[in-house]
Design a protein around this ligand. Structure first.
Ligand code: 6R9
Length: 662
């Protein structure tokens, strides 16, 4: 591997990637029985888009076959499986029952307090049919948008599938987001219905959701007709007569007969908001046929899924794309048995996850590096108390995984604390809300894995690393990650803003999708991800935009100006660090930092609260007025600030240093 410099300055963890030489070939035993075989790559390369047509027909049940695989004439707006008709909910549920798999467990649910529920495919199908009838009785029909603001409980999956069944478009809003954030998403999508819960359990205490919904709907001018409320923790809730209805009242009494009508392959399935480089979150739009094909295909191949025998557990919240693709849709499309857990990993004790792995004999575990690093911090003795022998595949997603965490994951979790001779393969899956499904990942049983690298494009996917000019870089060099060919699960646009879609992803390079990530090819041509090149931060796998937090800060009367950067953090990947210039009297307020942290929490959500807020006299800006966050990142990470020659006023950095010494 060369010692070339990365495309941008990163923390030590990522720098270490340049010195990583280890490689772990698959065991012969695993390879022999693996779902993915090496021929897949050759097949996909030879067949082009027809490779995906084959997958679509194999993995999904179509009411009407498609007549064209890909229509790219209106690029970058793609149409996949043109003319085809299908129902996502039928594919995830009814057909398993019709084909004799009704008694298979679809979901084992474990609540944080320890309550459990089990849904077979037959039972889940029935619940979804009832929910679909209930939503229809509340006036929801095909094409309407439904905002979903729920904790990690089965009703979340049921709600999403009931929407898909009707052809209504769900927009899941992460339960950790504030009332204001919820309202802006309700407004942008013009949601007709909100599905929420009284609350949930977090760290042994009831946490509340319904009050945020009430607050978000206080101001008139919204489109919401009804709010359906799941009773989860029994906390008292405010009630608006005529608008609010209990889930138990409308769903439990609804008929369990509901016929899924076929929808067009390109019918919108969901909108999911994600942070962009400007303040306003983007509503990423996904449609049906292509999305389901690629999520189902990757779920089988990437995780070596054997639906009859595996117990799969993806720890992601449904408020994240990972929860959409790899909790709600792909596992059920594939007829898998999965575990769903409501709470935090350290309640009531730090071994809760591993206790669950032992209890349910989880065989495939899919989680994020931030969680792995947290468990590392707690120590290997904690998982060491449990039998993790059932684990045979481990997945990682959300941010680059540093080799140290990768090795820990492999040995402590994947080899049952070192007791297993052959550790479970780790698949480091790179993808985005926008890509809908895995794009770069090793395949277990095929790829010799390298700690810290996502390595190779999924068969049928064409990714590359290019330089400033859009030229493919040679092996051993870094640049920008792009996707060269349209792919089935690609976003179909940004809700209500086609121009922004073109501008954000398709204008940086000609005819290529610009992902916003820096990447490098090593000397074997394997891809290493290096983090975002734009101003999007990744905190514990959550994407936060610097601009969004800055605008929250300056919305406070005490703040004149604000700049936010992500500083490398051992546990959360990145941590939010804010630099603020205060207005007059606020300078004497000793509690200002606490006040501002809480303000950001209220405006956006607790996850966005800055780890540190530094009060400074000035901010470094270029002549065109752009804040040079790179310099602030240097300060936040304790380095000597780099080149500041393009600053309008180059004494600013010394003024900042001076003020922080005080
Ligand atoms: C699925 C998801 C997307 C951004 C993406 C990248 C980072 C995700 C990664 C990874 C390195 C991986 N990212 N997986 N970086 N290795 N395996 O996370 O979607 O929330 O939209 O975030 O996350 O920076 O651009 P999303």
């Amino acid at each position: 591997m060369s010692d070339q410099q990365p495309v941008k300055q990163h923390g030590d963890a990522l720098e270490n990637l340049y010195h990583e030489h280890r490689s772990f070939p698959p065991s012969a035993e695993f390879s022999a029985a693996a779902v993915a075989q090496p021929e897949l790559y050759k097949e996909a390369a030879a067949e082009g888009p027809e490779f995906w047509a084959k997958q679509a027909r194999q993995l999904l049940t179509w009411d009407e076959d498609f007549t064209q695989t890909l229509d790219w004439t209106d690029a970058p707006f793609a149409k996949w499986f043109v003319g085809g008709k299908l129902n996502a909910s039928y594919n995830a549920l009814d057909r398993h029952v019709e084909e004799g798999r009704g008694d298979r467990v679809a979901i084992y649910f474990e609540g944080e307090p320890g309550d459990t529920r089990t849904y077979t495919y037959a039972e889940l199908t029935e619940e979804v049919k009832k929910a679909a009838n209930a939503f229809e009785s509340l006036g929801v029909s095909k094409g309407d948008r439904v905002a979903v603001y729920l904790p990690m409980i089965p009703e979340a999956v049921i709600t999403m599938l009931a929407c898909a069944r009707i052809g209504a478009v769900h927009s899941v809003v992460f339960g950790g987001f504030s009332a204001d954030a919820l309202r802006s998403r309700i407004d942008d999508a013009e949601a007709k219905l909100v599905v929420t819960a009284d609350g949930s359990y977090r760290r042994g205490k009831p946490s509340l959701l319904k009050p945020a919904v009430d607050e978000s709907l206080l101001k008139d001018g919204h489109t919401v007709g009804h709010v359906v409320v799941v009773k989860r923790n029994g906390e008292p809730v405010g009630w608006t007569e005529g608008r609010d209805v209990w889930w138990d009242d409308v769903v439990s009494s609804a008929s369990a007969e509901h016929t899924a009508v076929p929808h067009d392959s390109e019918h919108p399935l969901f909108i999911l908001y994600t942070s962009g480089t400007t303040g306003k979150p983007k509503g990423i739009l996904h449609t049906t046929g292509g999305y389901l094909t690629q999520t189902a295909f990757t779920h089988r191949a990437t995780f070596d899924l054997k639906p009859e025998s595996d117990v799969y557990w993806c720890t992601a919240d449904i408020g994240w794309v990972t929860g959409h693709s790899y909790v709600t849709y792909a596992p059920l499309i594939n007829g898998a048995t999965q575990l769903m857990y409501e709470g935090t990993p350290d309640t009531p004790h730090q071994g809760r996850w591993w206790e669950l792995v032992e209890k349910y004999k989880v065989s495939i575990l899919y989680t994020a590096p931030t969680a792995i690093r947290t468990c590392m911090k707690w120590g290997r003795d904690i998982p060491g108390k449990f039998n993790l022998d059932s684990i045979r595949v481990l997945g990682s997603v959300g941010e680059p995984i540093n080799p140290e965490a990768w090795m820990w994951y492999r040995t402590v979790i994947g080899a049952n604390g070192g007791k297993k001779e052959i550790p479970a393969p780790i698949v480091d899956t790179w993808w985005q809300t926008e890509t809908g499904a895995h794009m770069i990942t090793p395949l277990p049983g095929v790829t010799a894995t390298k700690p810290g690298s996502a390595q190779v494009a999924v068969p049928g996917i064409s990714v590359d690393v290019v330089d400033e000019m859009g030229e493919s870089v040679p092996d051993g060099s870094g640049g920008f990650l792009v996707v060269r060919e349209p792919w089935p699960a690609m976003l179909r646009g940004i809700w209500g803003d086609p121009e922004r879609f073109k501008e954000t992803y398709w204008s940086r390079f000609d005819n290529m999708y610009f992902a916003g990530d820096g990447a490098k090819k090593d000397e074997d041509g394997d891809i290493w991800l290096l983090g975002r090149v734009d101003d999007v931060m990744n905190v514990s796998g959550h994407r936060l935009s610097t601009t969004e937090i800055e605008s929250a800060l300056v919305s406070h009367p005490s703040v004149a100006e604000a700049a936010v950067v992500g500083a490398t953090d051992e546990t959360t990947g990145e941590a939010v660090v804010a630099f603020v210039i205060l207005r007059g009297s606020a300078k004497d307020d000793d509690d200002i930092v606490t006040t501002l942290r809480n303000h950001v929490g209220k405006e956006i959500g607790p996850i966005a609260k800055p780890r540190h807020i530094l009060v400074v006299p000035e901010l470094p800006k270029t002549r065109s007025g752009k804040i040079m966050r790179r310099l602030l990142k240097d300060v936040a990470e304790g380095r000597e600030p780099g080149d500041s020659s393009t600053l309008a006023d180059n004494t600013v950095m010394s003024q900042i240093a001076e003020s922080l010494r005080k």
